[in-house]
Design a protein around this ligand. Structure first.
Ligand code: DUC
Ligand code: ZN
Ligand code: ZN
Length: 485
C-alpha cells in the first residue's frame, strides 16, 4: 500500500491568520505544518473541518502556574492542571513566570521552576523571569546569561511589597534589557498611593472585597503607566505594560505609541467581562473577582474593547492566577471574611480566555477574526520570540491548530472546566463558540469535549530575542545621555 503523504490532514479548513483568510487543506508531518494546498494527498489520519474556522493555537503569554506565594496562599493550578485547562480552551503555548525570591538568585528561580514543570505540562511552555531583587549580581551578571539561554522577557513590578522595584532599580534592569535585546513587562500601579489609601480605608473599617477596587483607582494605574513609559523612553528601550484595565492607562499607551515609542500593551478578559460591581457580590463572593489592577467601570470596558480593535493592545492574555474560593490557602487565607488586603490577587481564566473573546469579540463584530488571531497568538509569539514556530499557520510552523465550533450555545459552568479551581467568575455566562479540536504539534489535546492530552507531552521552549539587540534609531530625538551608557 502507498504510504500516506502526511500523518494528519485537516481538510476544507477555513483558515485565518493575523493577516489573511483562505481555504485550504493542511498537511501535517512530524508535528509540523508541511503543506497548505487546495487538495492534498491522503493522511494517515484525516479531520474534516468543513464549515469551521481553523486558527493558530492560542499563546497565553501571561499566566501563573505553580508559582510560590509569600502570604501562605497556594495557587490552585500546577503545570498539569493549568495546561490541561488551557488546552481545552484552545491554547497550545503558555508563558508563566519563574519568580526570584528576595535574597535569591535568578538561576535558582529558573532551576526551581524547571523542577516543578518538567514532565508535567500538556502543551508547550516558555518562562518569563520576574526580577524581584535587582542586585548588581542579578542584573549585570545573571540577566545577560539567561537572556542568551532563551529567557528573553522580564517582568518588573511597581507595586507589591515582596516584588516591587523602585524607579532606579527599574532603570538598572531596562538598561540591561536594552543592551541585550530583551522585552521588559511592567506591572504599572503606584504603590505609595495604594498603601496610603489602603491605610485610610482600613482605619475606617472599610474592609470588604469591594474596597480592594477603591484602594486602586484609575489614576493610580495611569500615573504608573505614564512613569513606566517615561522610563522606557528615557532609555530608548521597548516596554510592554501588562494587564491594562482602565481608559486612562489605555490613553497613555496610545499617546506614547503615536509618538513612535516602542510601547506594547496587554489586556485580559477580566477587564472586558467584569466590572467593579463584581467586587461587591453578596457576602464575601466579591473576593472571587479580586485581582490587580481591579475590574473598572463600563467606560473603561469600552475603552479596552476599542484598544483591542484599534491596535493599542497587541496581547490578550488570561493573567490566570487561580486561588480556590473555599480554601484557607486560597481566597480565604486571611479568614472567612478577611480584610481585602489579605485576599490573594488573581482570578482563573486560562480556559475561558479564547472562547470569551471569540464569542463576544469576533461574533459580535467588535473585532475581526484577524485581530483575534493577532492578539491571542501571533503578536504574543512575536513579542516573546516564539514566532513563526508558534502563533501562526504557515509551512514550517508547529502544527498548533484549533478547529472552532462557532455554532454552539453553551453556558460557562465551573463543573465543565478543567482547571483545579472551585469557581469561575464567569459562571452562567452564555457563549457561542468553543474549540472542537485543539492540536498541539499535530496531536489532539482536546477533542469531542474531552481532554485528550497527557502530562509530559508539553515541551519547554527557549525564546529568541524579541527585539533587535541594537536599539532602533530614535528619529533625531536628542538623547545624548544614551551615548555615554
Ligand atoms: N495581579 C497580578 O499582578 N498578578 C497576578 C494576579 C493579579 O491580580
Ligand atoms: Zn502583574
Ligand atoms: Zn499576573
Amino acid at each position: 500500500m502507498e504510504p500516506h503523504a502526511f500523518d494528519l490532514v485537516i481538510r476544507n479548513a477555513h483558515i485565518a491568520t493575523a493577516t489573511d483568510v483562505f481555504d485550504a487543506d493542511i498537511g501535517i508531518r512530524d508535528g509540523k505544518i508541511v503543506a497548505l494546498a487546495q487538495s492534498l494527498a491522503s493522511g494517515a489520519e484525516e479531520i474534516d473541518a468543513a464549515g469551521r474556522w481553523v486558527l493558530p493555537g492560542g499563546v497565553d503569554a501571561h499566566c501563573h502556574l505553580s508559582q510560590p506565594m509569600n502570604d501562605g496562599s497556594v495557587l490552585a493550578d500546577d503545570f498539569f492542571t493549568g495546561t490541561r485547562s488551557a488546552a481545552c480552551g484552545g491554547t497550545t503555548t503558555v508563558i508563566p513566570f519563574a519568580v526570584q525570591k528576595k535574597g535569591g538568585t535568578l538561576e535558582q528561580a529558573i532551576t526551581d521552576y524547571h523542577a516543578v514543570s518538567d514532565g508535567e505540562a500538556c502543551i508547550d511552555y516558555a518562562f518569563h523571569i520576574i526580577v524581584a531583587d535587582a542586585t548588581p549580581h542579578t542584573v549585570e551578571f545573571e540577566l545577560p546569561g539567561l537572556i542568551e539561554r532563551g529567557y528573553t522577557s522580564i517582568k518588573l513590578y511597581m507595586t507589591y511589597d515582596d516584588l516591587k522595584l523602585d524607579d532606579r532599580q527599574i532603570l538598572d534592569v531596562l538598561a540591561i534589557a536594552r543592551r541585550e535585546g530583551a522585552m521588559s513587562m511592567i506591572h504599572a500601579e503606584n504603590t505609595d498611593c495604594i498603601a496610603w489609601l489602603t491605610d485610610r480605608l482600613l482605619a475606617k473599617g472599610l474592609t470588604a472585597p469591594r474596597f480592594h477596587g477603591l484602594s486602586r483607582p484609575n489614576v493610580v494605574e495611569r500615573e504608573a503607566t505614564h512613569r513606566a513609559i517615561s522610563l522606557g523612553e528615557f532609555l530608548d528601550t521597548p516596554i510592554l505594560i501588562v494587564h491594562v484595565s482602565s481608559e486612562e492607562a489605555t490613553d497613555q499607551i496610545r499617546q506614547a505609541q503615536s509618538r513612535g515609542l516602542s510601547v506594547y500593551a496587554e489586556t485580559c478578559p477580566q477587564y472586558l467581562f467584569l466590572t467593579a460591581a463584581d467586587l461587591d457580590r453578596p457576602g464575601f463572593h466579591g473576593a472571587m473577582c479580586i485581582c490587580s489592577p481591579p475590574p473598572r467601570d463600563a467606560t473603561s470596558q469600552q475603552a479596552i474593547w476599542e484598544g483591542l480593535a484599534n491596535g493599542t493592545f497587541q496581547v490578550f492574555s488570561s493573567d490566570h492566577a487561580p486561588f480556590n474560593y473555599n480554601d484557607p490557602k486560597g481566597k480565604k487565607v486571611g479568614g472567612e471574611h478577611g480584610n481585602f488586603t489579605h485576599v490573594p490577587n488573581g482570578i482563573p481564566g486560562i480556559e475561558t480566555r479564547l472562547p470569551l473573546l471569540f464569542s463576544e469579540g469576533v461574533m459580535t463584530g467588535r473585532i475581526d477574526i484577524n485581530k483575534f488571531v493577532a492578539v491571542t497568538a501571533t503578536d504574543p509569539a512575536k513579542i516573546y520570540g516564539l514566532y513563526p514556530r508558534k502563533g501562526t499557520i504557515c509551512i514550517g510552523a508547529d502544527a498548533d491548530i484549533v478547529i472552532w465550533d462557532a455554532s454552539t450555545n453553551i453556558t460557562i459552568k465551573n463543573e465543565n472546566l478543567h482547571h483545579n479551581v472551585d469557581y469561575t467568575p464567569y459562571e452562567g455566562r452564555p457563549l457561542h463558540a468553543w474549540p472542537a479540536v485543539t492540536l498541539c504539534r499535530g496531536v489532539p489535546v482536546y477533542q469531542d469535549g474531552q481532554f485528550t492530552g497527557r502530562a509530559g507531552y508539553g515541551a519547554f521552549l527557549r525564546c529568541e530575542r524579541p527585539t533587535p539587540a541594537k536599539p532602533k534609531p530614535n528619529f533625531g530625538k536628542s538623547t545624548p545621555w544614551l551615548d555615554i551608557l
